[in-house]
Design a protein around this ligand. Structure first.
Ligand code: RTP
Ligand code: MG
Length: 131
């Protein structure tokens, strides 16, 4: 069965949105396969976001994702990688549809509540990195 890596970012944990996000995936019909609350090291953050290492926002992104605990999860089920991305909404909350997680709970691109793998290759790499 297909698996993806979903993470509630430090802003989502601080705002007590872990339960809300877990609930949305459960209600959609997905199965929680693994989960843990953790603080990410800079090394793990730099590896996780390695594709963005040359972007101007990389430093800020690593600072933010290591700034407090995250809730890391593996979700399992049919088409979960693509459907999770739809459930999360656009990267920039200003473009995220109402009803999506970012469209309902975020306003700032740097603090957009949730991460989800963007492809089967990313899912495999990210699950191995975090679990
Ligand atoms: P994520 O990896 O966190 O799930 O987000 P994503 O796939 O929707 O977006 P991606 O392009 O991978 O960007 C990773 C994170 O970088 C931050 N970002 N900031 N300041 C900016 O212009 C900017 N652009 C992207 C966002 O927090 C985004 O989630
Ligand atoms: Mg991404």
């Amino acid at each position: 069965m297909e698996k993806t890596f979903i993470m509630v970012k430090p802003d989502g944990v601080k705002r007590q949105l872990v339960g809300e996000i877990v609930s949305r995936f459960e209600k959609r019909g997905y199965t929680l396969a693994d989960a843990k609350l953790m603080t990410i090291s800079r090394e793990t953050a730099e590896s996780h976001y390695g594709e963005h290492s040359d972007k101007p926002f990389f430093g800020e992104l690593v600072d933010f994702i290591t700034s407090g605990p995250v809730f890391a999860m593996v979700w399992e089920g049919e088409n979960v990688i693509e459907n999770a991305r739809t459930m999360m909404g656009a990267t920039n909350p200003k473009d995220a549809a109402p009803g999506s997680i970012r469209g309902d709970y975020a306003v700032n691109v740097g603090q957009n509540i949730v991460h989800g793998s963007d492809s089967p290759e990313s899912a495999e790499r990210e699950i191995a990195l975090f679990f």
